[in-house]
Ligand binder design. Structure first.
Ligand code: GLN
Length: 481
């Protein structure tokens, strides 16, 4: 058996029955990395030595944790103590965090093995990993195409079986969009569900950490572990975390699914639309009740996001000044040192956003841009609240098209921004959403189905996702590498 193909649930079952050992599983995953990573380039840092040490340490121990010996890849904007955390940026190229993020601490308690840190668009700003300062990650289904972004390295690593599961972060779609492009499962939890302590901040009112996995059950397993209050992050909500795996397998008869008419518009690829419409029919045959709904402010979401996210980014990224940590360049005086450091340390997209955000926040423009965007954000959140008075979940395509070609959108930032049109409103509203595979295009590229839920109702979206997954075969297909 090719052990690297396993998901968490299957692997843990075999380990607990002692049919395989952590070391055997890790060896298989690293063999896979050795044979495909050159073509995929999912990892910025591969933690071979420490991973093997840890596996040896777990080898003959009684199984205590829920991830005993499971190799997981972690996006390189999540701090890992002693392990370089770069955000795929020159400015943090040699940054070694002195502390561990809460999410990885929680995985450690459960016995996970860090396989490595995955590539992303610099500071998570992008939709393709083309903004990484180091290299582009390739889509395992077609290596001439992007894996999506910004968690493109995590998604590609999972899809190419270079790990058993991964963590990513999602500010405007960065878990769900790459999951859709790579044919895997990606879950953005409710804002406040998961601690961001140790996540390098991009846009703090939107950022959330979540799982990228080979199946829905694995996403539930990881959310069980990483979810819940953390006194290190005051935005993490003190609410009990249900056992998300117990929602799986419940039937969805009578469940109302909303289909927003604003998401089936011109510009949506026909094959994507057909895939999603077929999925809706499939859910109907399982007893769900589809209802057309409206989210009338959808058209303003991208513009709103690019005011708010860039404003927050301009303030969050002010800390990279060459003094506290990261890159430091020389200069004749302090101001020149700042300027040289930031000039050499940041890439073009990050600079573009800092400039945009600084402009939007500047006095005189604040009212016209930032405040206005906050008001529109409220309207978008209310759209969802109104819809959820009538339906239990909302179903949309995750992205308007399947994975695009490398280089196809780099010259036109607006085109790139528009690829997140269906994921961004979810972050603005703070609600949870999952992307699961729902078909393939004629060219063999995966298509993603997005299921959106009420605040803190990950249970329902996982339940619907699981019911659909169990009734279909899409998630079983693997790219040929
Ligand atoms: N692609 C979006 C952006 O460029 C979202 C990124 C993200 O979710 N981190 O901002």
């Amino acid at each position: 058996m090719e052990l690297y193909r396993l998901g968490i649930r299957e692997a843990i079952e075999l380990i607990s029955k002692k049919e395989i050992s952590p070391l055997e599983l890790l060896e298989s995953v690293f063999q896979r990395i050795d044979s495909v990573e050159e073509r995929i380039k999912a990892y910025v840092t591969i933690e071979r030595e420490s991973a093997f040490n840890r596996a040896r340490g777990l080898e003959n121990k009684p199984m205590e944790g829920k991830l005993h010996g499971i190799p997981v890849a972690v996006k390189d904007n999540i701090c890992t103590r002693g392990v370089r955390t770069t955000c795929s940026s020159r400015i943090l190229e040699n940054f070694i965090p002195p502390y561990e993020s809460t999410v990885t601490s929680r995985l450690t308690v459960q016995g996970y093995i860090l396989a490595g840190k995955t590539n992303l668009d610099e500071f998570a700003m992008g939709s393709s990993t083309e903004n990484s300062a180091f290299f582009i990650t390739r889509n395992p289904w077609d290596t001439e195409r992007v894996p999506g972004g910004s968690s493109g390295g995590s998604a590609a690593a999972v899809a190419a079986d270079e790990c058993i599961a991964a963590l990513g972060s999602d500010t405007g779609g960065s878990i769900r969009q790459p999951a859709a492009f790579c044919g895997i499962v990606g879950l953005k939890p409710t804002y406040g569900r998961v601690s961001r302590y140790g996540l390098v901040a991009f846009a703090s009112s939107l950022d959330q950490i979540g799982p990228l996995t080979k199946c829905v059950e694995d996403a539930a397993i990881l959310l069980n572990i990483i979810g819940g209050h953390d006194h290190h992050d005051s935005t993490s909500v003190a609410m009990s975390v249900p056992d998300f795996t117990s929602a799986l397998g419940m039937d969805i008869k009578g469940l109302k699914i909303g289909i927003p008419r604003e998401y089936f518009i011109e510009g949506v690829d026909k094959e994507v639309e057909n895939g999603v419409r077929d999925a809706i029919k499939r859910l109907e045959s399982l007893g769900a009740v589809p209802l057309e709904i409206s989210l009338p402010h959808t058209e303003y979401a991208v513009a709103t996001y690019y005011i708010l996210a860039t404003s927050e980014a301009s303030s969050n990224l002010a800390r990279y000044d060459g003094v506290k940590y990261g890159l430091r360049m020389d200069g004749e005086n302090l101001i020149e040192m700042y300027m040289n450091t930031r000039h050499h340390g940041f890439g073009a997209e990050v600079k573009r956003r800092i400039i945009l955000g600084t402009y939007a926040l500047s006095s005189g423009y604040y009212e016209a841009y930032y405040r206005k965007a906050q008001q529109v954000r409220t309207l978008i959140r209310q759209d969802f609240e109104n819809a959820f008075k009538e339906v239990d979940v909302i179903i949309t395509p995750t992205t308007p098209t399947p994975a695009f070609r490398i280089g196809e959108k780099t010259r036109d930032p607006l085109q790139m921004y528009l690829s997140d049109i269906f994921t961004i409103p979810v972050n603005l509203a703070g609600v949870p959403a999952i992307s699961i595979p729902c078909g393939f295009s004629g060219e063999g590229l995966p298509i993603g189905l997005q299921i959106i839920g009420r605040h803190f109702d990950e249970e329902n979206i996982l339940k619907v996702a699981y019911a659909y997954e169990q009734d279909t075969e899409w998630h079983k297909r693997r790219p040929v590498l």
